[in-house]
Design a protein around this ligand. Structure first.
Ligand code: SF4
Ligand code: ZN
Length: 310
Protein backbone atom coordinates (compact mmCIF):
# COMPACT_ATOMS: atom_id res chain seq x y z
CA UNK A 1 0.00 0.00 0.00
CA UNK A 2 1.12 3.57 -0.68
CA UNK A 3 -0.34 6.38 1.39
CA UNK A 4 -0.86 9.29 -0.98
CA UNK A 5 -0.76 12.23 1.38
CA UNK A 6 -2.12 14.89 -0.93
CA UNK A 7 -5.34 12.92 -1.58
CA UNK A 8 -5.52 11.09 1.77
CA UNK A 9 -5.90 7.77 -0.06
CA UNK A 10 -4.16 4.46 0.56
CA UNK A 11 -3.52 2.85 -2.83
CA UNK A 12 -2.37 -0.64 -3.73
CA UNK A 13 0.67 -0.98 -6.01
CA UNK A 14 -1.35 -1.26 -9.25
CA UNK A 15 -3.70 1.62 -8.42
CA UNK A 16 -0.81 3.87 -7.40
CA UNK A 17 1.16 3.18 -10.59
CA UNK A 18 -1.97 3.70 -12.70
CA UNK A 19 -2.76 6.94 -10.85
CA UNK A 20 0.70 8.37 -11.59
CA UNK A 21 0.46 7.36 -15.24
CA UNK A 22 -3.00 8.89 -15.65
CA UNK A 23 -1.91 12.17 -14.05
CA UNK A 24 1.12 12.38 -16.35
CA UNK A 25 -1.11 11.70 -19.37
CA UNK A 26 -3.51 14.44 -18.27
CA UNK A 27 -0.68 16.95 -17.83
CA UNK A 28 0.79 16.08 -21.24
CA UNK A 29 -2.64 16.57 -22.84
CA UNK A 30 -3.44 19.82 -20.99
CA UNK A 31 -0.29 21.51 -22.23
CA UNK A 32 -0.13 19.70 -25.59
CA UNK A 33 3.41 18.71 -24.65
CA UNK A 34 3.91 16.51 -27.72
CA UNK A 35 2.04 14.69 -30.46
CA UNK A 36 2.40 11.00 -31.48
CA UNK A 37 4.50 12.04 -34.49
CA UNK A 38 7.01 14.12 -32.50
CA UNK A 39 10.59 12.96 -32.01
CA UNK A 40 11.35 13.26 -28.30
CA UNK A 41 14.79 13.61 -26.74
CA UNK A 42 14.80 12.48 -23.10
CA UNK A 43 17.50 14.07 -20.94
CA UNK A 44 18.32 11.33 -18.42
CA UNK A 45 21.11 11.61 -15.91
CA UNK A 46 20.41 8.39 -13.99
CA UNK A 47 18.60 8.16 -10.67
CA UNK A 48 14.97 7.68 -9.77
CA UNK A 49 13.54 10.62 -11.74
CA UNK A 50 15.17 9.36 -14.93
CA UNK A 51 13.85 5.88 -14.30
CA UNK A 52 10.28 7.09 -13.83
CA UNK A 53 10.37 9.39 -16.87
CA UNK A 54 11.65 6.62 -19.13
CA UNK A 55 9.25 4.03 -17.71
CA UNK A 56 6.26 6.34 -18.14
CA UNK A 57 7.29 7.47 -21.63
CA UNK A 58 7.63 3.89 -22.81
CA UNK A 59 3.92 3.57 -22.06
CA UNK A 60 2.96 6.87 -23.71
CA UNK A 61 5.08 7.14 -26.84
CA UNK A 62 6.57 5.06 -29.63
CA UNK A 63 10.19 4.21 -28.63
CA UNK A 64 11.29 4.50 -32.26
CA UNK A 65 10.49 8.22 -31.99
CA UNK A 66 12.55 8.73 -28.85
CA UNK A 67 16.23 9.38 -28.14
CA UNK A 68 18.14 9.73 -24.86
CA UNK A 69 21.02 12.00 -23.93
CA UNK A 70 23.08 11.43 -20.77
CA UNK A 71 25.77 13.84 -19.59
CA UNK A 72 28.67 12.82 -17.39
CA UNK A 73 29.57 15.81 -15.22
CA UNK A 74 32.99 14.59 -14.11
CA UNK A 75 32.68 14.80 -10.33
CA UNK A 76 35.02 12.54 -8.33
CA UNK A 77 33.10 10.12 -6.10
CA UNK A 78 29.88 10.71 -7.98
CA UNK A 79 29.68 8.43 -10.91
CA UNK A 80 26.39 6.76 -11.53
CA UNK A 81 27.76 3.91 -13.58
CA UNK A 82 25.09 1.41 -12.51
CA UNK A 83 22.24 3.81 -13.20
CA UNK A 84 23.71 4.78 -16.56
CA UNK A 85 24.18 1.10 -17.39
CA UNK A 86 20.49 0.61 -16.66
CA UNK A 87 19.58 3.43 -19.09
CA UNK A 88 21.90 1.88 -21.68
CA UNK A 89 20.25 -1.53 -21.28
CA UNK A 90 16.75 -0.08 -21.55
CA UNK A 91 17.72 1.95 -24.61
CA UNK A 92 19.17 -1.14 -26.29
CA UNK A 93 16.13 -3.32 -25.41
CA UNK A 94 13.71 -0.76 -26.87
CA UNK A 95 15.87 0.27 -29.82
CA UNK A 96 16.30 3.87 -28.60
CA UNK A 97 19.40 5.85 -29.62
CA UNK A 98 21.37 6.72 -26.47
CA UNK A 99 23.94 9.51 -26.66
CA UNK A 100 26.41 9.67 -23.77
CA UNK A 101 28.55 12.76 -23.58
CA UNK A 102 30.34 14.81 -20.93
CA UNK A 103 31.05 18.32 -19.77
CA UNK A 104 34.72 17.63 -20.58
CA UNK A 105 33.89 16.75 -24.18
CA UNK A 106 31.92 19.99 -24.53
CA UNK A 107 34.20 22.58 -22.94
CA UNK A 108 37.48 20.64 -22.67
CA UNK A 109 37.37 20.33 -18.86
CA UNK A 110 35.38 18.25 -16.39
CA UNK A 111 33.17 19.96 -13.80
CA UNK A 112 35.77 19.23 -11.13
CA UNK A 113 38.47 20.92 -13.23
CA UNK A 114 36.28 23.97 -13.85
CA UNK A 115 35.56 24.28 -10.12
CA UNK A 116 39.28 24.06 -9.31
CA UNK A 117 40.10 26.74 -11.90
CA UNK A 118 37.40 29.01 -10.46
CA UNK A 119 38.83 28.50 -6.95
CA UNK A 120 42.34 29.35 -8.13
CA UNK A 121 41.07 32.56 -9.70
CA UNK A 122 39.03 33.40 -6.60
CA UNK A 123 35.76 33.42 -8.55
CA UNK A 124 32.57 33.09 -6.58
CA UNK A 125 30.78 30.69 -8.94
CA UNK A 126 29.02 27.65 -7.52
CA UNK A 127 29.63 24.21 -9.10
CA UNK A 128 25.86 24.01 -9.69
CA UNK A 129 26.01 27.12 -11.86
CA UNK A 130 28.63 25.56 -14.16
CA UNK A 131 26.79 22.25 -14.10
CA UNK A 132 23.31 23.63 -14.81
CA UNK A 133 24.37 26.09 -17.53
CA UNK A 134 26.52 23.57 -19.40
CA UNK A 135 24.05 20.68 -19.13
CA UNK A 136 21.19 22.81 -20.48
CA UNK A 137 23.33 23.88 -23.42
CA UNK A 138 24.46 20.36 -24.30
CA UNK A 139 20.93 18.94 -24.11
CA UNK A 140 19.49 21.67 -26.33
CA UNK A 141 22.28 21.37 -28.91
CA UNK A 142 21.99 17.59 -29.11
CA UNK A 143 18.23 17.79 -29.60
CA UNK A 144 18.52 20.58 -32.18
CA UNK A 145 21.39 19.10 -34.20
CA UNK A 146 19.71 15.69 -34.31
CA UNK A 147 16.34 17.11 -35.38
CA UNK A 148 14.29 16.29 -32.28
CA UNK A 149 11.02 18.19 -31.75
CA UNK A 150 11.00 18.25 -27.95
CA UNK A 151 13.36 17.90 -25.01
CA UNK A 152 11.84 16.02 -22.07
CA UNK A 153 13.28 16.47 -18.59
CA UNK A 154 12.41 14.60 -15.40
CA UNK A 155 11.62 17.63 -13.19
CA UNK A 156 8.99 16.81 -10.58
CA UNK A 157 6.39 18.86 -8.70
CA UNK A 158 8.78 19.85 -5.92
CA UNK A 159 11.32 21.18 -8.48
CA UNK A 160 8.62 23.10 -10.35
CA UNK A 161 7.21 24.79 -7.25
CA UNK A 162 10.69 25.80 -6.08
CA UNK A 163 11.47 27.27 -9.51
CA UNK A 164 8.17 29.17 -9.73
CA UNK A 165 8.63 30.63 -6.25
CA UNK A 166 12.24 31.61 -6.95
CA UNK A 167 11.18 33.48 -10.08
CA UNK A 168 8.39 35.21 -8.19
CA UNK A 169 10.61 36.24 -5.30
CA UNK A 170 13.15 37.65 -7.76
CA UNK A 171 10.38 39.44 -9.61
CA UNK A 172 11.43 37.64 -12.79
CA UNK A 173 8.04 37.36 -14.49
CA UNK A 174 9.71 36.73 -17.84
CA UNK A 175 11.35 33.53 -16.58
CA UNK A 176 8.19 32.51 -14.78
CA UNK A 177 6.27 32.65 -18.05
CA UNK A 178 9.08 31.07 -20.05
CA UNK A 179 9.35 28.07 -17.71
CA UNK A 180 5.63 27.38 -17.95
CA UNK A 181 4.79 24.31 -20.11
CA UNK A 182 2.66 26.37 -22.50
CA UNK A 183 5.09 29.28 -22.37
CA UNK A 184 6.76 30.70 -25.47
CA UNK A 185 10.05 29.38 -26.88
CA UNK A 186 12.03 32.58 -27.18
CA UNK A 187 14.55 31.54 -29.81
CA UNK A 188 14.47 29.45 -32.97
CA UNK A 189 17.62 27.83 -31.60
CA UNK A 190 15.78 26.42 -28.58
CA UNK A 191 14.05 23.06 -28.83
CA UNK A 192 10.83 23.24 -26.81
CA UNK A 193 11.38 21.76 -23.36
CA UNK A 194 8.59 19.88 -21.57
CA UNK A 195 8.36 18.23 -18.17
CA UNK A 196 5.78 15.40 -18.10
CA UNK A 197 6.35 14.67 -14.36
CA UNK A 198 5.76 18.25 -13.21
CA UNK A 199 2.61 17.41 -11.25
CA UNK A 200 4.06 14.32 -9.52
CA UNK A 201 5.51 14.79 -6.04
CA UNK A 202 9.14 13.79 -5.52
CA UNK A 203 7.95 11.42 -2.80
CA UNK A 204 5.66 9.73 -5.34
CA UNK A 205 8.51 9.42 -7.83
CA UNK A 206 10.50 7.55 -5.16
CA UNK A 207 7.56 5.24 -4.38
CA UNK A 208 6.96 4.56 -8.09
CA UNK A 209 10.61 3.67 -8.65
CA UNK A 210 10.63 1.29 -5.66
CA UNK A 211 7.32 -0.33 -6.60
CA UNK A 212 8.63 -0.97 -10.10
CA UNK A 213 11.69 -2.64 -8.57
CA UNK A 214 14.23 -0.04 -9.61
CA UNK A 215 17.12 0.08 -7.13
CA UNK A 216 18.79 3.41 -7.64
CA UNK A 217 22.04 4.69 -6.27
CA UNK A 218 21.62 6.76 -3.10
CA UNK A 219 24.91 8.65 -3.39
CA UNK A 220 24.35 12.37 -3.44
CA UNK A 221 26.42 14.72 -5.51
CA UNK A 222 29.17 16.06 -3.20
CA UNK A 223 28.40 19.56 -4.48
CA UNK A 224 24.80 19.44 -3.28
CA UNK A 225 25.69 21.81 -0.42
CA UNK A 226 26.56 24.48 -3.00
CA UNK A 227 23.07 24.49 -4.42
CA UNK A 228 21.69 28.02 -4.62
CA UNK A 229 20.73 29.03 -1.08
CA UNK A 230 17.31 30.32 -2.02
CA UNK A 231 16.31 27.00 -3.61
CA UNK A 232 17.63 25.02 -0.63
CA UNK A 233 15.72 27.23 1.83
CA UNK A 234 12.52 27.07 -0.17
CA UNK A 235 12.84 23.30 -0.30
CA UNK A 236 12.94 23.14 3.50
CA UNK A 237 9.99 25.53 3.93
CA UNK A 238 7.91 23.71 1.35
CA UNK A 239 8.64 20.38 2.99
CA UNK A 240 7.21 21.69 6.28
CA UNK A 241 4.26 23.34 4.57
CA UNK A 242 3.38 20.13 2.76
CA UNK A 243 3.72 18.10 5.95
CA UNK A 244 1.29 20.41 7.80
CA UNK A 245 -1.05 20.95 4.88
CA UNK A 246 -0.81 18.08 2.36
CA UNK A 247 -1.54 19.08 -1.23
CA UNK A 248 -0.34 22.69 -0.79
CA UNK A 249 2.34 22.47 -3.47
CA UNK A 250 0.00 20.92 -6.01
CA UNK A 251 -2.68 23.55 -5.37
CA UNK A 252 -0.08 26.31 -5.66
CA UNK A 253 1.25 25.05 -9.00
CA UNK A 254 -2.27 24.62 -10.39
CA UNK A 255 -3.00 28.24 -9.47
CA UNK A 256 0.24 29.48 -11.03
CA UNK A 257 -0.66 27.59 -14.23
CA UNK A 258 -4.07 29.30 -14.39
CA UNK A 259 -2.62 32.78 -13.94
CA UNK A 260 0.15 32.24 -16.51
CA UNK A 261 -2.27 30.74 -19.02
CA UNK A 262 -4.31 33.94 -18.92
CA UNK A 263 -1.15 35.98 -19.37
CA UNK A 264 -0.02 33.90 -22.36
CA UNK A 265 -3.44 34.23 -24.02
CA UNK A 266 -3.18 38.00 -23.80
CA UNK A 267 0.43 38.27 -24.98
CA UNK A 268 0.67 36.33 -28.19
CA UNK A 269 3.77 38.08 -29.50
CA UNK A 270 7.04 37.41 -27.72
CA UNK A 271 10.36 38.83 -28.94
CA UNK A 272 13.21 36.61 -30.18
CA UNK A 273 16.24 36.50 -27.86
CA UNK A 274 19.47 38.05 -29.17
CA UNK A 275 22.50 35.85 -29.88
CA UNK A 276 25.83 35.75 -28.07
CA UNK A 277 28.49 37.48 -30.19
CA UNK A 278 31.03 34.82 -29.23
CA UNK A 279 29.26 31.46 -29.69
CA UNK A 280 26.06 32.40 -31.53
CA UNK A 281 23.73 30.74 -29.02
CA UNK A 282 20.79 32.69 -27.52
CA UNK A 283 21.47 35.06 -24.66
CA UNK A 284 19.33 37.29 -22.45
CA UNK A 285 18.07 40.68 -23.63
CA UNK A 286 20.67 43.39 -23.19
CA UNK A 287 23.59 40.96 -22.93
CA UNK A 288 26.45 40.72 -25.41
CA UNK A 289 27.64 37.28 -24.29
CA UNK A 290 25.74 34.25 -23.07
CA UNK A 291 26.27 33.11 -19.47
CA UNK A 292 28.43 30.18 -20.55
CA UNK A 293 30.80 32.37 -22.58
CA UNK A 294 31.01 34.81 -19.67
CA UNK A 295 31.95 31.97 -17.32
CA UNK A 296 34.56 30.58 -19.74
CA UNK A 297 36.08 34.02 -20.31
CA UNK A 298 36.32 34.61 -16.55
CA UNK A 299 38.27 31.36 -16.34
CA UNK A 300 40.55 32.51 -19.17
CA UNK A 301 39.40 29.71 -21.49
CA UNK A 302 39.12 30.57 -25.17
CA UNK A 303 37.17 27.45 -26.14
CA UNK A 304 33.96 28.12 -28.07
CA UNK A 305 31.73 25.22 -27.04
CA UNK A 306 29.99 23.15 -29.68
CA UNK A 307 28.66 19.60 -29.50
CA UNK A 308 30.38 16.96 -31.57
CA UNK A 309 28.01 14.17 -32.43
CA UNK A 310 29.46 10.99 -33.83
FE1 SF4 B 1 25.32 19.46 -10.71
FE2 SF4 B 1 24.94 20.83 -8.42
FE3 SF4 B 1 23.31 18.81 -9.10
FE4 SF4 B 1 25.84 18.31 -8.37
S1 SF4 B 1 24.22 19.20 -7.07
S2 SF4 B 1 24.75 17.39 -10.12
S3 SF4 B 1 26.90 20.08 -9.24
S4 SF4 B 1 23.56 20.78 -10.20
ZN1 ZN C 1 28.20 32.42 -25.91
Amino acid sequence: MVYQRHTGRALCRECFIRDVLERVKAEVATHKMFTPGNRLMLALSGGKDSFVLLDVMLQLHNPSRMGIVTIIEGIPGYNREEDIQWIKDMARDFGIDHFITSIKEYVGHSLQELVEMADEKGLDVSPCTFCGVIRRRIINEYARELGFDRVLTAHNLDDEVQTALMNMLRGDIFRLVQSHPSGPTLSRLFVRKVKPLRKIYEEEITSYAYLKGFRFQQTECPYIRFRPTLRARLREHLFRLERDSPGSMLRFLNKVDCVINEFIEEYTEFPELPRCVRCGEPTAFGRKYCILCELLMKLGLDVVPRVRIF
